[in-house]
Design a protein around this ligand. Sequence first.
Ligand SMILES: Cc1cc2nc3c(=O)[nH]c(=O)nc-3n(C[C@H](O)[C@H](O)[C@H](O)COP(=O)(O)O)c2cc1C
Length: 404
Amino acid sequence: MEIFEKSYIGKCELKNRIFRSATFEGMCNEEGFPSENYLDLYKELSGNNIGGIITGFAFISEEGKAIQPGQAGIVNEKYIEPYSKVTSIVHSSGSKIFLQIAHTGRQTRERDIKQKIVGASDKRSMYFREKPKKLSKEEVVEIIEKFGNAALYAKKADFDGIQIHAAHGYLIHQFLLPTINNRKDIFRVDPEKELGLKFLDLIIDNIRKKCGPEFPILIKISGSDDYKRRFSEKQFSNLIGFLDLKKVDGIEISYGTMDHALNIFRGDIPFDLILQHNKIYKVESSFAKKLMKIFVFPFATRKLIPFSPMYNLKYAEIAKGITSIPIISVGGYREKKEIEYAIKNKNIDYISLCRPFICEPDFVKKIEKNENYISKCINCNYCAIMCDSKFITKCYKNNHGNRI
Ligand SMILES: Cc1cc2nc3c(=O)[nH]c(=O)nc-3n(C[C@H](O)[C@H](O)[C@H](O)COP(=O)(O)O)c2cc1C
């Protein structure tokens, strides 16, 4: 396989094997409708020869909103027309665009979303710390319906497919993990597979029923996590086996949950910025900042894993041994040589990047021209921390390597 060749996700043709992975934009109004900035962002990305673009996570219902301001949403028919402007801009440059649909479950806060927060169980997240209301069986069925509706609105807005967000500790992931899912009803963990699959199973069926068998369904999952009972290779293999049977159209493999959020991204830990802007750790006085640095951060950061190139590739390789469904590997791709290595030597179908495109929307064009091109992204993670702020997602590093 080559980076720059035509390929297919279902019947959707992609002009190359590079994806822009889902990246929260912070560019929508409170109801989740896209702004001019959002349109401009996707115009710029698609104008720069990216094969497939996955949008930032869009909420499918009010109680599934994230704490970050400016999140996209897709909850009823009124969203079709505004989002069709986005898809039409992207299609005019020959790129394809997939809407990532998500429900945060326990990974949000009542004070931000102005609603009671809900979860697969009433276990609280270590990071968000609020006790969620355990969803009743009827409420779970309602959410399954909302995932299906969101996918249908996305199809009507001419998205080329959707991506189900089943990674990073959000609601679907909460149902999958025995560490969190302690239910006794039909949505419980299957003791043999060690996974709570029913919720995801019915979401996929519902999307297929509403959107038809040809509408591409991508899914994002986490290869492992950092809980005491770490997600094992056996559980991961069972999950890939299940997705194989469900015949989803593409599987993107990431890592972790928001309880150890920096392990999803890896790289620098900008403590001062966290104390200034992160909604959970934000403090005003310099004394409180000192206390946080001495007492809280050493505990909160004890499980952090350093950045290394292609850090999730090993999970993609395992998945390739189990299924013939296209695999998308994300996490730590910064050079053309790394992308080529994963595609040519490891047979991975697609490579997906997030921070390099925040830094350089024209990264694909640059690697097309230059074999040795290396991304300017230095994994400072300012972009990630600033998602909690009122500012839109952008790169905070100028071309001289200084922070701005
Ligand atoms: C600013 C920012 C926003 C992100 N937003 C999302 C998101 O909305 N949905 C998602 O699944 N992942 C999100 N991610 C994770 C990325 O898609 C990706 O999995 C991760 O950053 C690793 O890729 P990279 O090394 O190319 O940045 C985000 C990451 C960053 C830094």
